[in-house]
Ligand binder design. Structure first.
Ligand code: HEM
Length: 441
């Protein structure tokens, strides 16, 4: 297909099919069917109502790439702090906080989910744990962890496994254990903790699940606090030690450190933010390798060419973005792309839709590693809140891709595609289970 002209794009934007018009009128991102298969809904919004009010969620959905970029580059008008705390334990916040104060060593507001100028200070201190040195130092350790895990699965799987439950999730957890300097053998606990924290931004909790999740988070905090105290006294080569000892020097020569509460919240954020997201990216990689013709061959053809492999990973993150939508809250009335949003309104930046915006990425469903603007995707967000762990995430997905190709071949989905289930959440687009068959290489 030839690249469209601006006029053609605009006229296409104005034309909604009857099905799209119906979807726009009746659809909601709270619907688990739409959460699982959102692309038609995204497209209808982008074309018919790019800043769409989702009544069921009570949120404004920002769906076009251009508008997402504009919103994320103005962190004062569009507050992460208020957006996040509005999402957290929606409607049950006090009870949630009280539980953690009583049972979890305290309530530690997420220091990184904040606004400038406070966010600028925290981000600088947090960057101590994400230096190029730390990422480079982790690569051989991560490669060994990923190699061993896939080897175990291949050895015992007899050509069958669940690519999400047996590989993507445990792999990411083992990596995070290495990265943070936690104890091995905690996979199951970390997985439960991760689900509980992530549920806070998923907008799908009942009171009962909120309380169960609060219990898990309390358990997590108690574990982390003990670990941090250990590393405060005896630093080791890992991210918890980096955060506990983080220090920046201001222009006037004065030094700044994180408070203990801030450090706890950042260790928790590092554990959680990189876990589900990266596991989702790897689960999605298995999904495209088993369902999209030609992708496995394409990956094999680039596996020894670092530049092309990096492009493959970037296009994968654009094509199947793990993070679907994250929150902002308006601090004043504001007009975005002709739509006026009131003050104190909750918004979701729908990164999943931005990555499919055909005005930026022609033929968005085509997996094309030759795209000229391959790096413009918003899978890692943008602006001052752009993912702090992106170098680590890219490396981890790349290492996983390499090890999959080295050790497995002829990957096939073991269930009909229509039976794949997704985690009910607005925040990510996550496959829950992906049974596959394969041959050992
Ligand atoms: C493929 C994997 C990943 C994806 C798709 C992803 C995606 C994102 C996105 C979209 C944001 C922007 C948040 C916003 O706009 O409000 C973000 C922020 C963040 N990410 Fe990631 N992430 C990934 C991996 C990681 C890893 C491995 C870590 C750490 C170990 C991490 C830590 C964070 C943190 C702490 C923030 C908040 C940054 C801030 O607000 O300044 N992420 N990530």
């Amino acid at each position: 297909m030839a690249t469209q002209t601006t006029e053609e794009r605009i006229s296409e934007r104005l034309e909604l099919s009857p099905e799209e018009a119906k979807l726009l009128k009746e659809g909601t991102l709270a619907d688990t069917e739409i959460q699982a298969h959102p692309r038609d809904f995204y497209r209808a919004m982008r074309h018919g109502d790019p800043i769409h009010f989702d009544e069921k969620l009570g949120s404004w959905l920002v769906t076009r790439h251009e508008d997402i970029s504009a919103v994320q580059s103005d962190p004062v008008t569009f507050s992460v702090k208020h957006g996040y705390s509005e999402q957290q334990a929606r409607g049950m916040r006090e009870e949630f906080e009280g539980y953690l104060r009583e049972h979890g060593g305290g309530y530690f507001p997420d220091a990184i989910m904040s606004d400038p100028p406070y966010h600028t200070r925290i981000r600088k201190l947090m960057e101590n744990a994400f230096t190029a040195h730390r990422v480079k130092e982790l690569e051989p350790r991560i490669t060994a962890v990923v190699h061993d895990l896939i080897e175990e699965v291949v050895a015992k799987g007899e050509g069958k496994c669940d690519a999400v439950k047996d590989i993507a999730i445990p792999l990411t957890i083992r990596v995070i254990v290495e990265q943070l300097g936690l104890d091995q053998g905690m996979e199951e606990k970390i997985s439960r903790w991760s689900v509980a924290v992530t549920a806070q931004i998923g907008a799908m909790q009942t009171r009962e699940t909120m309380l169960e999740n609060a219990q898990q988070i309390a358990d997590l905090q108690n574990y982390l606090i003990a670990k941090m105290k250990e590393k405060e006294a005896n630093p080791t080569e890992d991210m918890i030690s980096d955060l506990v000892h983080a220090e920046v020097t201001n222009e006037d020569g004065s030094k700044e450190k994180l408070t203990f509460e801030e450090a706890v919240s950042l260790v928790r954020a590092t554990l959680i933010a990189g876990n589900d997201t990266t596991a989702t990216a790897i689960g999605n990689l298995f999904y495209v390798l088993t369902t999209r013709p030609g992708i496995a061959e394409l990956l094999e053809s680039v596996i020894d060419d670092d530049r092309q492999l990096n492009r493959f990973i970037e296009e994968h993150l654009r094509n199947e973005p793990p993070v679907r939508a994250l929150s902002r809250m308006t601090t004043r009335e504001v007009t975005v792309n002709g739509t006026t949003i009131p003050a104190h309104a909750h918004m979701l930046l729908v990164y999943g839709s931005g990555n499919d915006d055909e005005t930026v990425f022609p033929e968005p469903r085509k997996f094309d590693i030759e795209r000229k603007n391959i790096g413009r995707h918003v899978a890692f967000g943008g602006g001052p809140h752009r993912c702090i762990g992106l170098a680590l995430a890219r490396m981890e997905v790349k290492v996983a891709a390499r090890e999959i190709v080295k050790q497995m071949k002829n990957l096939k989905l073991a269930i009909p595609e229509s039976e794949i289930t997704y985690t009910p959440t607005v925040a990510t687009h996550t496959i829950e289970s992906l049974p596959i068959t394969f041959e050992a290489r």
